[in-house]
Design a protein. Structure first.
Ligand SMILES: Nc1ncnc2c1ncn2[C@@H]1O[C@H](COP(=O)(O)OP(=O)(O)OP(=O)(O)O)[C@@H](O)[C@H]1O
Ligand SMILES: [Mg+2]
Lengths: 294, 325
């Protein structure tokens, strides 16, 4: 009861807080660009989590997480198993609330708007913030083509030509087109694991996607498929904002510009990938990266 | 090195072993279990064949007398010993398909509600209650049908149906009709459809639901895309099993169908069914040919069930093999 009240209060306070908070944010942004992103154009904050707490029943999985996600960059989230990485990114597209008995407090912004705004439809949020899961999950009864087209069809697009175009474009973006263009009517489930994962990425890209959440997208894949997906992440960074959860620290170092380290539901350190891996500010981060625990 | 050596000696040793010690090697339990289950499987097949053969033998006199006209004639006259099966086949099929038509959407709706939408605490108790319906003896359903459902249909439902002006609903109605039989059958097969489709839906990996939701599917779209589509085969299985039950249901149907051997497109008219005519007339059948004709009806019922099952499997094969080609 008290929790709920506090939550409510927090939410109500939000809009007032928002204005002044924007100032220091833009400052820190400038510093960061100067130091760690020498080649990149000015980075905008695409998503922003403020005081995020999450529960499963009575078990609290996230404690007051604050994080800014840069636009058109890859943000890696690392940390030992069970530290709340999946829970955090599932808050970013409001998937957390689909778990029975789950609870959420705090706020998350997509650009300027809170995704928890009552006028915001979770369905609309999930169209802009897509998700790729650990295990590839192409729909078993659908063909490759239909798997990619499914998001558009949900949108109500029926026009064959539009669908054809978007399917090809998405498959090309997901670096899968050349491999499947002659077998679009085959079952999506008949592809190799790596191809299936890229199919799932293509499926997310087919809708008007802005942010792609990836929850250990390579942990079920062989090394070659993994490097293909990593290459793909590099490509996608040009146009999309990507948050990737990974257990593989080399992978985090390879693909990301910023890295967040989490432990026991708390965000311990968040900085440029280079800094986190070469000169972490927190002792815990250093211990984790050097393999002393986790 | 040592590994490969071990493997070869092992292989040789196995070849050299006499039969019984080989058994001990593989585990007598395994061997016995395999043979035993195979035996049971064949026993089922054997019993089915035996039943068909027995029925065929019993129906020889009728087959001789009536020939193919047994399958095409609508006359059923034990006194003159003219037997045609059409009204019974018709009544069985119409009432059963009517039952499926009513029960399938309800059953699927209930199981979707139970697996996807209902609060956790509600799921088990409601599922248990629905499945209890299956345990009620069919004669009890029949009594309920005569005392409650038939009058209710006559007074409240049938007049509305007649008012629709559709040619399949024509008055006057007595309440004992093909339609009433279909309704009561639908209640009886509801637990079958619900229980099986619930299991099918529960077996769908949660990952599909999550993927659909993450693509921006609404609840209903998620159900269609991630639950119903992958379950097609299973749903068909549930429906077929329910159809099997409806086709063979005897007591309940006898009590509400009106037992009049006629072929009519008017669903509010009385009809008859294959199982009912056997149950009703077998003990009173006098002539050899009458008994044989009833046996032939039984044989026909078996064949129809078989055909429908094969058709269902064909349907499954056609819808799923699309990808393999
Ligand atoms: N559906 C759930 N019901 C109850 N508790 C859950 C559920 N999902 C996660 N948790 C709990 O929440 C905490 C955070 O889980 P989460 O899945 O976010 O961890 P993670 O960092 O993604 O771990 P991993 O690296 O193993 O995927 C864990 O302690 C876990 O036990
Ligand atoms: Mg996880």
């Amino acid at each position: 009861m008290i929790d709920e009240l506090a939550e409510k209060e927090k939410k109500e306070r939000k809009p007032v807080e928002k204005e002044p908070k924007n100032e220091p944010r833009s400052d820190s942004r400038k510093i960061e660009v100067a130091h760690h992103e020498p080649d990149a154009s000015v980075k905008k904050v695409k998503m922003k989590a403020e005081g995020v707490c999450a529960w499963f029943g009575t078990k609290q999985a996230l404690f007051d997480v604050n994080i800014d996600i840069n636009e058109k960059a890859v943000t890696a989230i690392i940390g030992p198993s069970g530290c709340g990485k999946s829970t955090l990114i599932r808050c970013f597209n409001r998937m957390h609330e689909t778990v029975p008995g789950s609870r959420f407090a705090g706020d998350i912004f997509l650009e300027e708007n809170s995704i928890f705004d009552p006028r915001m439809d979770p369905v609309a949020v999930r169209r802009r913030v897509g998700m790729v899961f650990q295990k590839p999950t192409p729909f078993p009864t659908l063909s490759i083509y239909d798997n990619v087209a499914v998001g558009l069809r949900l949108n109500g697009t029926r026009d064959k030509k539009t669908l054809d175009e978007v399917v090809e474009k998405s498959l090309r973006k997901a670096a899968l087109w050349e491999e499947v263009k002659d077998s679009l009517q085959k079952a999506g489930a008949a592809l190799s694991g790596g191809q299936q994962q890229r199919l799932c990425i293509a499926r997310s890209l087919a809708v008007e996607l802005e942010v792609l959440l990836m929850d250990e997208p390579c942990s079920a894949l062989d090394p070659i498929s993994t490097s293909k997906v990593e290459e793909l992440i590099h490509e996608l960074r040009q146009n999309y904002t990507i948050i990737i959860v990974t257990h593989n620290m080399q992978q985090a170092a390879r693909v990301s510009q910023k890295t967040a380290f989490m432990l026991n539901g708390k965000l311990i350190e968040y900085d440029s990938t280079e800094k986190v891996f070469t000169n972490p500010a927190n002792k815990l981060t250093e211990d984790y990266i050097t393999g002393r625990f986790g | 090195m040592s590994l490969s050596l071990d493997a070869t000696t092992d292989g040789r040793a196995e070849k050299a072993l006499p039969f019984f010690s080989k058994l001990a090697h593989a585990g007598v339990g395994d061997w016995l279990f395999r043979k035993l289950t195979a035996f049971f499987a064949f026993l089922i097949l054997f019993l089915a064949c035996l039943t068909a053969f027995t029925l065929w033998k019993a129906s020889v006199p009728s087959i001789h007398k009536m020939g193919w006209s047994f399958l095409t004639s609508s006359d059923w006259d034990p006194v003159q010993e003219i037997f045609g099966s059409v009204p019974f086949v018709y009544g069985t099929l119409v009432s059963s398909f009517l039952a499926l038509l009513i029960a399938t959407p309800f059953g699927l709706g209930i199981s979707l509600f139970l697996t996807e939408l209902a609060p956790m605490k509600m799921r088990e108790p409601v599922a248990f209650m629905v499945e209890t319906l299956a345990a009620i003896p069919s004669v009890v359903y029949g009594l309920w049908g005569i005392f409650l459902l038939a009058p209710f249909m006559r007074v409240h439902v049938d007049p509305i149906l007649i008012k629709t002006g559709l040619p399949i609903f024509k008055g006057p109605s007595t309440g004992l009709s093909l339609f009433t039989a279909g309704v009561i059958l639908s209640i009886m097969i509801l637990p079958t459809i619900t229980a099986i489709s619930r299991e099918v839906f529960e077996a769908v990996p949660n990952a599909y639901r999550e993927s659909a939701k993450a693509l921006g599917a609404t609840n209903w779209e998620t159900i269609q895309l991630a639950v119903m589509k992958p379950s097609k085969v299973g749903i068909l299985g549930a429906v077929m099993l329910a159809l099997g039950r409806a086709l063979g249901e005897t007591m309940t149907v006898t009590m509400v169908i009106g037992n009049t051997p006629q072929v009519t497109t008017n669903l509010l008219a009385a009809g008859h069914s294959m199982a009912s005519v056997i149950a009703n007339e077998f003990s009173e059948a006098v002539g050899d040919i009458h008994v044989a004709a009833l046996a032939e009806i039984g044989l026909l019922l078996m064949v129809i069930t078989l055909i429908l099952n094969v058709a269902a499997h064909l349907l499954v094969w056609l819808t799923t093999s699309k990808f393999q080609r």
